[in-house]
Design a protein around this ligand. Sequence first.
Ligand code: M6R
Length: 608
Amino acid sequence: MCGIVGYIGNKKAKPILIDGLKKLEYRGYDSAGIAILNSGEINVVKSKGRIAVLEDKLKDISLEGTIGIGHTRWATHGEPSDINSHPHISKNGKIAVVHNGIIENYIQIKEFLLAKGYQFKSETDTEVIAHLIEYNYEGDLIKAVIKTLNELEGAYALGVLSTDNPDMFVAAKKDSPLIVGLGQNENYIASDIPAILKYTRDILILEEKEVACISSDKVEIYNLLGEKQQREVFHVDWDVSAAEKGGFEHFMIKEIFEEPAAIKATISPRIKDNEIVLDNLIITDEIINNCEKIHIIACGTAYHAGVVGKYIIEKLARIPVEVEVASEFRYRDPIINEKHFTIVISQSGETLDTLMAMREAKKKGSLTFAIVNVVGSSIAREADDVLYTWAGPEIAVASTKAYNTQLAALYLLALTFAKRKGLLDQHSYLNYLSQLQELPNMITSVLNEKKEIQKFASEHFNAKSIFYIGRGLDYALSMEGSLKLKEISYIHSEAYAGGELKHGTIALIEEGTLVVASLTQEQLFEKMIGNVREVKARGAVVLAIAQEKNADEVAKIADAVITIPNVDSVLAPIVAVTTMQLFAYYVAVMKGNEVDKPRNLAKSVTVE
Ligand code: M6R
């Protein structure tokens, strides 16, 4: 979703803004622009399309200023166009604004401003902010921004530049991410750390409804009452290389290959002396023993991790789990009481639907527990407790290693709950722990099968439609496999429970239809063999995913088999998903698609 960068210091702002925007490309965008303050004038250059188009436009324009703001826009209000791109300028040309989020009462504000003689050039909600700041301005920019923010409803991360204030710019945040980077006689703002990591590792994380006044030598933070706020500096300890491709063709494939290390980082520090140790876990024995229901809330891939979470928590800990996409949970007045608790799952920790759903659960009195990848993100900060997935930065829009590590975190939780409820004997518990620690090696052996997966992808990348089928945890896995494929290959795909096929979907199977069948679940193996026979009998081409020990049997009926190492059925999805991620990746590459930045998608979905 939209990306924001800002700079003030003694270097030329233009290359820093462009470089920062490029680092935010992964968030998804359809236009880009910058505003630079120079000799008392704000110069705005913006254009529809990729940053390369903006760079081309900038080639012949000399912009010397050392203070500026930049933006990549993911259209919400108004089509992608030069005019609708940010920055937007106020009526008198003295104020420029970049914005991420949606202003919900922009129509009322627009009507008010129209009545005051303001005219609008764009169809965006953002333009009202620029005009309203101008309207509220009485010589103090911070005061004008605070007054304006108190009049806005909705979500925002903002950068505001003004000709009257050549030595500072203003940033603000509510429900959309924004950080401040601290340099030596220069400071930055950005939607995400990778945009400024090249220049600084010291950052300030803005809290909800905070405004920052950023000069080259100081940063002051205020709340919306105008009171000064103190903030500790957060030091980023991951390396710049973690957010770069490092020799891989795409971030997605690099991130798939990082899965063994990411899983190890998530699991290993939490197993000590044959025991899972989740420091200061807020979910006490009493809560677990009295828990009547767990709610899991998430979106997209994180939701699919939640579906696996439901199966494993119910199986191991015998606690009923309801899993729901955040955008539905939020508006259906869910029934929650103090004997329930809520797990939210999010890679970015900034997904607005998930954040809002978590707030809804909290409001209803539920304890909230977050499984999050990005340290210091809004969901991580607002949840009652957080278990970080140590996947490192995930840049590709298609989530891969984050999913595996979300599953790893859910296994740790499910086993902890089961153990504390006395439902797991020591032998089974230790067996799970030893297999958990083996997962990185198992995934490495799946990665070693990339050639076969690539070959199969090269034979089927022209498929019109691909079905994913599985039973139990394999059905949950199929949902994720199918999503991965559709988001980067643009091939229509659906996931079905194997047993459900004959209730309708099997009508779609005809000669040559590609079906990806998962047969990793021991107790459902024979049933799935039956389902594979059913689709084969109707002409389907079947790519099967099976445990090594069953590979020969599956090979008798499937057209191709990708094997995963022998593993307990409960743990199979975390290993098997890698085969599906690789398949989706190679299909998308064969189709020549922009794998890391698929059309219409954004990495961090910070609007509803
Ligand atoms: O950052 P989050 O995990 O909260 O993001 C949730 C979804 O937007 C995300 O998983 C999305 O579905 C990805 N594009 C999947 O690859």
